[in-house]
Design a protein around this ligand. Sequence first.
Ligand code: OOG
Ligand code: MG
Length: 261
Amino acid sequence: MTPSSTEVDRLASLLTRARVDGVETEAITASRDLDVDEAYVIQQAVVENLIAAGDRVIGAKLGLTSRAKQEQMGVEEPIFGVLTSSMRVDSGSAFELATLIHPRCEPEIVFMIGDDLTGSDITGPDVLDATKSVHGGIEVIDSRYRAFSFTLPDVIADNTSAAKFVVGEEGAAPRDFDLTVMGCTFLHNSEVSGTATGAALLGDPADCVALLVRHLSATGRGLSAGSVVLAGSLTGAVTAARGDIFTARYGGLGDVEVSAT
Ligand code: OOG
Ligand code: MG
């Protein structure tokens, strides 16, 4: 059943309220059918709610682009979400647990887009041409669903669990080194929780961003210059508790750190 516009608004305000109040809600598919296209319409409505409350779109993200994440979440397809200004946290600082439900941290490769990028035929090399710099990053995800459990359409409607993100200060020109062989070590309170190379992201992180651009082009959209793009977690995500420190170390891109307070 296709949700009516009032049903889209109702589901979007449930998810928006769960996000703002930091209180979990039941997965949408627990009580009704939802397909992927409908889920993206609800996601858009959630983002519009955030904008109406004073937030600003500053980029986009992919999720479930690595086997590690697909296996951890039991969802096997890449997903696309929206990043807003209120999600950004400075590298080396802390994010507040009080406003979140059950946050998890994960290491990400970040693309800073330098030129507008649109089109249904965009490839990885096109993405590298349009990228100003690549950075290491950490994403803090926080599903608004009970027990962090969802199906593919649920997590899409919930803006792909987007909550907070950190971009490393040290950037590099995208063609200065091969992102597919760049190593990442992710540490939780100084203990290694996962390791990967860039190739963990669908073979090539730039191909992930190209996939995002092709997805956006299906609805006449694209990435504008200045957009921040997270390509997806390289390893499984790790639950954050008060006082935890997360460090992602990237070959050639330095360290990124965030703590939970
Ligand atoms: C969905 C978001 C996944 C990633 O990097 O794979 C994601 C989730 O795991 O809650 O952001
Ligand atoms: Mg992520």
